[in-house]
Design a protein around this ligand. Structure first.
Ligand SMILES: Nc1ncnc2c1ncn2[C@@H]1O[C@H](COP(=O)(O)OP(=O)(O)O)[C@@H](O)[C@H]1O
Ligand SMILES: [Mg+2]
Length: 217
């Protein structure tokens, strides 16, 4: 079983949005992913209630229950668990990181957002995890070149010692439209640019998990 924890000490960077998207992509026929919403704000659960599709499954949880919930998921043969976390509750974030095979740290590319990533990386380090940072809310590419702010953000993250996903998720209205209908961009606008971006991110995460799996065998 693979556990992905999405964490960032800053709010509004896309933790919940990426949890939704990745959980749908991580669900395979007959093997739905399990979402654990540990943010007391329950935004993920709100979206889940809007959904018509019956996958993925979701449990509203307290971070203290995670070891037990993750063990139960494993016993039940669940292949992938995705954990959404609150931005400020340090103990909850640490708890969710501890049970993770991969910690994903979304950030916006702005300077203040990047400064806040350092504190998230510090938490990950405390529990011995090497997170994967992902730039979300990026300005969409207009030509072949990456927008300068994205290149700069990538350099700043590498400077902090983070591994940065090659895939970048742009700020797109289709993201909001999808969420409001309890779906994801892949369901709402398959074949669109936003869908392609989150699919590329998911493939990168799958590859990172597979590599870790090989290392630990
Ligand atoms: N790539 C994106 N494009 C457009 N809107 C986005 C994108 N990512 C997140 N949002 C929007 O930004 C807001 C904050 O995102 P959210 O996932 O709730 O962040 P967090 O969970 O980190 O607080 C939400 O309204 C969400 O719909
Ligand atoms: Mg959230």
């Amino acid at each position: 079983m693979q556990v992905i924890t999405i964490a960032a000490r800053k709010g509004g960077v896309g933790k919940t949005t990426l949890a939704m998207h990745l959980s749908v992509l991580a669900s395979e026929p007959g093997r739905p992913a399990l979402l654990l919403d540990t943010d007391p704000q329950r935004s993920l659960a709100w979206w889940h209630r809007l959904r018509e599709a019956d996958v993925p499954n979701l449990i509203e949880a307290d971070a203290r229950e995670l070891p037990e919930l993750v063990a139960a998921a494993k016993r039940e043969g669940i292949a992938r668990v995705i954990i959404d976390t609150p931005p400020h509750a340090e103990d909850s974030i640490l708890g969710a990181m501890r049970v993770a095979d991969l910690v994903l740290v979304p950030t916006r590319p702005g300077p203040l957002d990047l400064a806040a990533v350092a504190t998230t990386l510090e938490l990950a380090e405390r529990v011995g995890k090497a997170p994967l940072a992902v730039i979300n809310h990026a300005p969409p590419r207009t030509g072949l070149a990456e927008p300068a702010i994205v290149t700069e953000a990538r350099a700043a993250l590498v400077g902090m010692g983070a591994t940065v996903a090659a895939s970048v998720v742009a700020n797109r209205v289709s993201m909001s439209h999808a969420i409001l209908t309890g779906s994801t961009v892949n369901e709402h606008e398959p074949g669109g640019k936003a869908a392609a971006e989150v699919e590329a991110l998911w493939r990168e995460i799958e590859a990172a998990l597979a590599q870790d799996g090989r290392k630990s065998r």
